[in-house]
Design a protein around this ligand. Sequence first.
Ligand code: DMJ
Length: 472
Amino acid sequence: MCLSKLLSPCLVVALLPFCAVQTKSAGALPNTPTVPAQLKAAAGTLTPNDAEMAERVRQEFLHAWQGYKQYAWGHDAFKPLSKSYHDWYGVPLLMSPVDGLDTMILMGMTDEAAQTREYIAKNLSFDRDIYVKNFEITIRLLGGLLSSYQLSGDKRLLALADDLGTRLLPAFNSPTGMPYVYVNLKTGAVRGESTNPAEIGTLLLEFGTLSKLTGKPIYYDKAKHALVELYNRRSPVGLVGSSINIKTGEWTDPVSHISGGIDSYYEYLLKAWLLFDDKDCERMWKASIEAVNKYLADQAPTGFWYGQANMNTGARTGTTFGALDAFFPGTLALSGDLDRARKLEDSAYKMWTTSGIEPEEMNYMTMKITADGYELRPEIIESAYYLRHFTKDPRYPEMGKTFFDSLVKYCRTDVGYAALSDVATKTKKDEMESFFFAETLKYLFLLYAPPDTVDLSKVVFNTEAHPIRRTW
Ligand code: DMJ
């Protein structure tokens, strides 16, 4: 079943590109974890509750999008309490429209998507004398443009992606080939030599796809080289640290973990293997996950978690876990490790329900909060989506209902959704990041949409939840 069963027939055209039955020429991803036959049989099942939940999520997307349109249209992000806007670099780079467009397409919002696509094509310019963060611009804008190009066929989006990719390339001009943190979009000047594995290793899906779609190998080669340089600097026990200097190649912080700053490096090793059938990435993923499971996984009295360790010795240095770490059950599930994935999602769910909504970070030994905000993050929902897909266990849509109800109860405002500064008091703050459109609501929707709305045997999501389909 395709999303056409859930939504009106006029919406089907927009959704065809990613529905399994429509993929004629797309290559299947290699080595996608095998779903047992008895589970495959259930894959098409869509209950009335699912349809209702998908529609409720869609309505909440519309609610937030209308707030953005009314008070922040043409700007990067909507501030839902002051009903104003924020541009990351002083001039708009259309962060929310580019991040939200493929979600609108997948949700079948034909008119909104067409209007947004037209606005992006006519108004988005990268010819700006500003230093941007290579990582954030790559995952949000490059990823968003590529995904929406594949979904819509609008070549103007690919041209924008190609232009952006060219402007980001100077970031890789360091002595090691690992990228500087910032690059000036107009001049190509670079700065920021102290960075982390996520900022180095979360580029290959986007730059690689750009190579495949434009026929220009330079994008793939630069991003892959950076990834390999990083991997080659892993410690003797196979771990990476939190901070590295890209000029000297020396580690400046040896703490290893799977949290923000490292997280999507691991995610991209696995997904680049799956999307490009890249054998180096397969090898690097397999070696890395072995070390992560050996030294970072922690079976504690409160559950199964991943904490911190010294990258050189593997000795435990910390026992915190947070909202960002909750992507890892999804990555484990995608890799075929459903046992660890299930246990970790159960722990993350405990983290969510302890305060009624998840904190940014807590100590899993004491279950005490160590960073008390909630930034409208998607990761725990993303993991529930993968786990439902691979296990068909009703536990995950049930968890999703808890996440959705908490979001509506604590974060909804009259015009959108607001992050929380304190999950204990549920105090709202004036922020609604573009990833709320790109990821949080997309994964919630997909959790309830027909299973092949996105065909996971041909599609991978970048770390900002932009689906990329293998057409090569
Ligand atoms: C997103 O920008 C991406 O998911 C990134 O990998 C991590 N942080 C946010 C969402 O929490």
